[in-house]
Design a protein around this ligand. Sequence first.
Ligand code: ADP
Length: 526
Amino acid sequence: MIGTTLVISVAVVAVLGIFLMQQIASGLLNSERSAAVAQANDGLIFTQSDPNLQGPKGSSTSALISLVTQLQSGSGLGNTYDVVLLHRAAGSGLYAVTGNLANQYLAASIPEALKKQVAQKQVLGRSGHFATMPTTLLGSDGRPVGPALAVGVPISGDDQLYYLFPLAQQTQVLSLVQNTLIVAGAGLVVLLAVIVSLVTRWVVVPIRQAAQAASRVSAGNLDERMAARGTDDLAGLANSFNEMAASLQDKLRELQELSSVQRQFVSDVSHELRTPLTTIRIAADVLFGSSDALDPAARRSAELLQSQLERFEALLSDLLEISRHDANVATLDAESADVCDLVLRAAADAEQLAAQRGTRIEFRLPPDQCIAEVDRRRVERVLRNLLDNAVEHGEGRDVVVTVAADRDAVAVAVRDHGVGIGPGEHQFVFDRFWRADPARARTTGGTGLGLAIALEDARLHAGWLQAWGERGRGSVFRLTLPRTVGTQLVGSPLPLCPDEEIATADGVDSVAYPDGDGAEPGSRDA
Ligand code: ADP
């Protein structure tokens, strides 16, 4: 704003200054012209009353010199003007007659255009008509001395009278005015800049404070308020901001209370269900144990009861686990472990299901150990869940487990070639109880909390759990964990999308999931 104001005000002041200078200059020139014409008119009257000039044989040179001398003497000691008389002698051209022989050079200061105008008037016989023209006064050496105003008038058929008025005084006045205007203009521009900067600060500072307060509120500091003074628009802004922050705080508090009540409810219900479930479990075990003595229908019911009880227990333990995450009481028992080892252990659990589905689990493990500080139980659970899901949704096709590590992180990617994940579903797979196909028959897990818990477990490690998938092309679930607890992840040693290849942090290899049969060094089959 200050810059723009400066530019505009400099332009306005410049235009105004130039206009004023032109007005003053033309005013000065006009008044000088009137004074000059009046003076020349006096000279003309004097000339016309001179009997020597009106003689029948024309004017004698001595008469002309005496006339010019008399006219020149009127200019006084200050020499406020110079008089030049141009006379046409018989048989020759015009020559200058001046009162002082030393002033012969003055004739050169009369502009040719003025001489032409006067000559025309002379031809037309208008002896009393004046012509004026600005000119440059020349010194005896022919160099310009300063600006002047030339006034010419024909006084007879052969004579032309010229007055040269130097404009030195007017030039001085003009340069004084010009300097004053420049100083005043510069002062005005500076003053304007100061005023604008003060006004801008007056408006901008509260807006800046509002922006800072808003960013603090968005960063979670809901107690942030703005100081509202007076009744102007800025105070209105501050009041509205404060009201907004207060209502936001209230809403958030309400939501937090509601959510904590819900979480507490889930946790309480899960705990309460444990006791009756244990009793039911014991009773079901007794029933199942004596199932041989039951008739076939009752035996089938006992088996169903047994399997559904297992799912119920799994659901209850998942609910309790997620409640612990919600209540922020989940702890990380980190210890150094070889992630490849954890992968193989998790895969051993998934083997049974894989065998049922005819799925082959292929491992692509690095030759070296991938040591990281992890909670073995949690990471194993995450991997088990990913492998179970891959086999479950893999439609009997190969599942490829790739492990890679760089200096800072270890990553495990579980790739299947099954149904895949539909467009826009990547964000939902980690939601609680979300299923792509709710009607899909389930033979394992099936609590709908597996990936939600896995995500919480990954977050507890400050790691990432991400999904890629395309309908019909299968999916990839990638778990990335920092090598040491508390380090921030900046990248993953494995690509998420199988089409993409990334350079590892060591800058040596690039890793891609095999979509064909080609085996790489270090790959192991289970
Ligand atoms: P659950 O497997 O118990 O239903 P999860 O949280 O493990 O719950 O998975 C949630 C949903 O994500 C699944 O119901 C399924 O629709 C989808 N999903 C998970 N893994 C895969 C996968 N490998 N391929 C396709 N869809 C998957």
